[in-house]
Design a binder for this molecule. Structure first.
Ligand SMILES: O=C(O)[C@H]1O[C@H](OP(=O)(O)OP(=O)(O)OC[C@H]2O[C@@H](n3ccc(=O)[nH]c3=O)[C@H](O)[C@@H]2O)[C@H](O)[C@@H](O)[C@@H]1O
Length: 429
């Protein structure tokens, strides 16, 4: 019978000895590998620490030296731009300031003496050089534009740190009805995630600003009750774009309800005019007509013409400014609601829809050129056959009264287009 010792330690002679040797060796190896590991760990810690400090250096460096926001000079520019120059004036943060509506609203506010700080991410959804040109225009009126995204919470917090904005005019968005099929995530990024980040910043700000923001006529979707009233159904969007704008209306309601933010949503109806958006039909049609290229004119079922309640930019600006002027104060502070705050939604349209072929013939008249038209059945890509705004609520509450009809508005647009793109007598100079 093997002894206990043999049981415990195998019987092979020399094994125990061997084992003790082995253990000895292992102990040494183990010890040496532990110290190696220790050294490695030290090395890794040092490496991580230097990486982190390098990162923070890069981070602060990019914020304070090379990037588009941060630093004492930047803060001074923001503060100066946000300075109010009239009695009882506002200090307004305009997001999407280098956009079409953003540019016009910023100029109007600045002209009457409000402080205006612009914010824009200058993305390339359409020609960024047009956005840069709008920025130059704004700069020439002493409006500073921060280059940044509404998803950047740190940057927003910094902005509210530097200026106690009384109002936020939130116009930054991924626009365009049909592009949503190509790039759906950009709509979620800007119109939902970006909106929430902005609302969080507004909620945390002290004082909280009142918010006026751009919704869209597209929320009416498949609604066929005309004209479209604010109380009509908006639960059947026809495009993801429309769905994100509708979501925005619900999200802003939540922030109004929980945090006491004063919110006004504006449903814009196909806004057009000088400095407009090149992705929109009236703009791209003008470009193609001038270049002798064909245009695609969509038609509804049974060859019915599509129609839009085209609204001129100056009328929209009046609606935006009227909304800011009548917005009640937000009631929250320290991220807490202190009482009920205003929550409003308005249609800003023109109340006189015009068919797309009619819009084309007005362009032809002003351009003194004929369009090469391809008539195509409206593809199922989010479009709606017509829009028509009932504006009685905006008229009553904001004093909103559109005055520019499409004929006149397109004339102003064409004049701007020819000058901006250096045309003379229908030919590029
Ligand atoms: O009112 C609104 O809320 C929306 O107005 C416009 O959307 P939309 O009315 O579709 O404007 P356009 O893209 O300029 O189209 C105007 C009309 O021209 C038609 N169209 C468009 C493009 C084209 O190549 N051919 C064509 O016939 C469209 O079907 C539509 O009936 C804007 O692009 C949206 O950002 C905005 O939210």
């Amino acid at each position: 019978m093997p002894s206990l010792e043999e049981e415990l330690f195998p019987s092979t002679p020399g094994k125990f000895k061997d084992r003790s040797h082995t253990m000895n060796r292992q102990f040494h190896r183990c010890f040496s590998s532990t110290s190696t590991m220790f050294l490695w760990a030290l090395f890794l810690i040092a490496l991580t620490a230097s990486y982190l400090s390098f990162q923070s250096f890069v981070d602060s460096g990019s914020r304070y030296f090379s990037s588009s926001w941060g630093g004492l000079h930047w803060e001074k520019q923001v503060r100066t731009s946000g300075q109010i120059r009239r009695q009882h004036g506002f200090s307004v943060l305009v997001t999407g300031a280098a956009g079409f509506v953003g540019t016009h609203v910023s100029l109007a506010l600045k002209k009457r003496g409000d402080g205006v700080v612009g914010l824009d991410n200058f993305n390339n959804y359409y020609d960024p050089s047009l956005k840069k040109a709008r920025k130059a225009l704004l700069n020439s009126h002493d409006i500073f534009i921060v280059e940044g995204d509404v998803n950047d919470a740190r940057m927003l917090a910094k902005l509210f740190d530097v200026v106690a904005f009384s109002h936020v005019m939130h116009l930054a968005a991924q626009a365009g009805v049909r592009y949503a099929m190509e790039n759906p995530h950009s709509y979620v990024h800007s119109n939902i995630a970006g909106l929430v980040t902005l609302l969080e910043a507004c909620k945390n700000a002290d004082p909280q600003p009142a918010i006026v923001w751009a919704s869209s006529s597209s929320v009416y979707g498949l609604n066929d009750k005309v004209p479209f009233s604010e109380s009509d159904r908006t639960d059947r969007p026809a495009s993801l774009y429309a769905a994100t704008k509708k979501a925005g209306e619900e999200i802003t309601h939540t922030y109004n309800h929980i945090y006491g933010l004063s919110v006004t949503g504006l449903r814009f109806f196909t806004v057009y005019g000088p400095w407009g958006r090149p992705d929109m039909a009236y703009f791209s049609f003008t470009r193609n007509i001038l270049q002798g290229k064909p245009i695609t004119v969509y038609r509804g079922k049974n060859k019915v013409d599509l129609a839009r309640d085209f609204t001129y930019i100056d009328d929209i600006v009046k609606g935006c400014v009227g909304s800011l002027d009548t917005a009640g104060k937000s009631t929250g502070s320290g991220g807490k609601k202190r009482g009920p705050a205003m929550h409003r939604i308005f249609n800003l349209g023109n109340t006189s829809p015009v068919t797309v072929p009619m819009m084309v013939s007005i362009l032809e008249k002003h351009l003194k050129m004929k369009a090469k038209k391809n008539l195509v059945e409206m593809p199922g890509n989010g479009d709606v056959p017509f829009t028509h705004a009932n504006i009685s609520l905006a008229r009553r509450e904001l004093g909103y009264k559109p005055t520019i009809q499409l004929e006149v508005g397109l004339k102003k647009f064409v004049r701007w287009y020819l000058s901006y793109y250096h045309y003379s007598h229908g030919k590029p100079m």
